[in-house]
Each structure stands twice: as structure tokens, then as C-alpha cells.
Design a protein around this ligand. Sequence first.
Ligand code: SF4
Length: 297
Amino acid sequence: MEIPTSCTLCPRKCKANRTTSIGMCRGGSTVTIARAALHHWEEPCISGTRGSGTVFFSGCSLQCCYCQNYTISAEGYGKQISTTQLADIFLHLQAQGAHNINLVTPGHWAPWIVEALEMAHKKGLQLPIVCNTSSYETIETIDLLANYVTVWLADIKYHSSECSQKYSFTEDYFPVATKAIERMLFHNGNCKYNEDGILTHGVILRHLALPGNLADSKAVLQWMASLPQGSFIPSFMSQYTPFHNASQFKELSRRISTWEYKQVIQTALDLGLSEGYMQEKSSAKEEYTPAFDLTGV
Ligand code: SF4
């Protein structure tokens, strides 16, 4: 594969020369990961009973101020590996019994990952491939990954440009993410499950409810309700915890209240978004953040 010398892999299009420097995403020339292990905290149709074979990639194109994985997304912690080693890691997760390979924040490493998946498939990888993304992705990167990915675990974070600018340094999150999600639906809009009840094709749309931002959550839910019924699985998350630089915004310095989350769920139900997942309020625990200690790397 050719390492981008004027990178446009994500919507930042920062044109970094990835052979000699790193981009806004913190990605450089060599794919970097912080953990590869069985993970039990995704939605049940992803984690199943044996766990999802989750590979956490270092760096992120979005850089949210409250990121729970900030040590790897913002600070870039991780180990540089070759694409051959990445292929072997996918195969090792399969040998451990993983239900799928779950690529967490893969967009800024997409060409490296595709090369590794190609190698792994030749060596016997058969698991469904899950793309776990902020949805701040270009159509080209979605299309590239869609040659391998059949399950999209996609965030829809904000509706207003004010929120996305304040918390994730981009005004265009909503128009970019909704186009990317529509593309995911184009590729895998019909949900299919295997005999273990694991999603093998489909789109899960996750919305993390933020404290003090109920109006924005409601606008996001209205957009979700405008999509074709049954083309995706909604997942409403209450696990927000003020990590990283969240405390620079007063409203983000606390967890969401029970009342706020109930309002989100009631809005979802009123809009007909009832066939999906919702979290217990008690889910806002730090153990949802795995240890980034190079396990499995
Ligand atoms: S993937 Fe990284 S280097 Fe490439 S355009 Fe996006 S932020 Fe820049």
C-alpha cells in the first residue's frame, strides 16, 4: 500500500504527509494499536457470549474533548506494528473464539487495515468485520472499508454545528456523519444475524446522550426517525462520564441525570424508535474503558 503523502482519508483533509509527520488524527506512517482482546461491553448482538474481537487503534480524526479513550485517541498511546502483525492479531482473536473482529476508530488507518484484512482472509479469517466509528468519515473511506466490513457500529453524536464545534472542533459533523451513515445503510441496510444471534450484516446507530444537551439529542433522534424504519438498530447510551478535557465546559462536568436520560428515551419512544438498545443509568462506570496496556499486541 502507498502511505498518503497528502492525506485526505478523513473529512479533516489536513493533507499531512503521513510518511514524515502525523496528522490532526495523530496518525503517522505505521499503524498503531493499544489493545486487541475479547470485549464484552458492546451491544449483545456484537459481544455475544464469547466477546467481540476488539482492536483499539491509536489516534482519532474527531478528538472529542470528553473522549473516554483519550489516552489512545488524543495522546496517541500504542505500539506501532506491521500490517502482517495486524493480520496475525485478527487471526489470533478468531482463535480465541471472538464472534467478530471489531475495528475501533479505524478510518485514519483504513488502507493499512484493508491490507491486513486481505492477508488475514487469505490465511483463514472468516469472522464478520465490524467498523466502530464516530461516523466522521469520508464516503471514500466508507466505500474502501465496505469491501470487508458488514457491520457498522456508528455514532451519531450531534445535530448542531455549535455543539460539534465546541466539543469536537468541527462545524460540519452532522452533514458529514449523516452522509457517511446513509452510505453505511446503502452497503448494509438489512440486518442479518447468525445462529448465535450475532449481527453479521447491518448498522447500529449509537447516540451518547450528553449532559445539558437535551435539545441536541432530541434533534438527533428526529433525524434517526426520518430514516427508513427497520434499516438500522438504535442504541441510546447513558454512560457519559467526564473524561479528558470535559471539565472545561460546565455542562459536561457531570454525568447525565436520570431525568435527562428518561427524556431521551421517551423522545425515542414517541418517535417510534423502540426496537433497539438502551443502557441502565448505572452503566456510567469507568470499567467500560478497557485497560490500554498493549494486551494482545
Ligand atoms: S486521517 Fe489524519 S492525517 Fe488524514 S486527513 Fe484525517 S486528520 Fe489528516
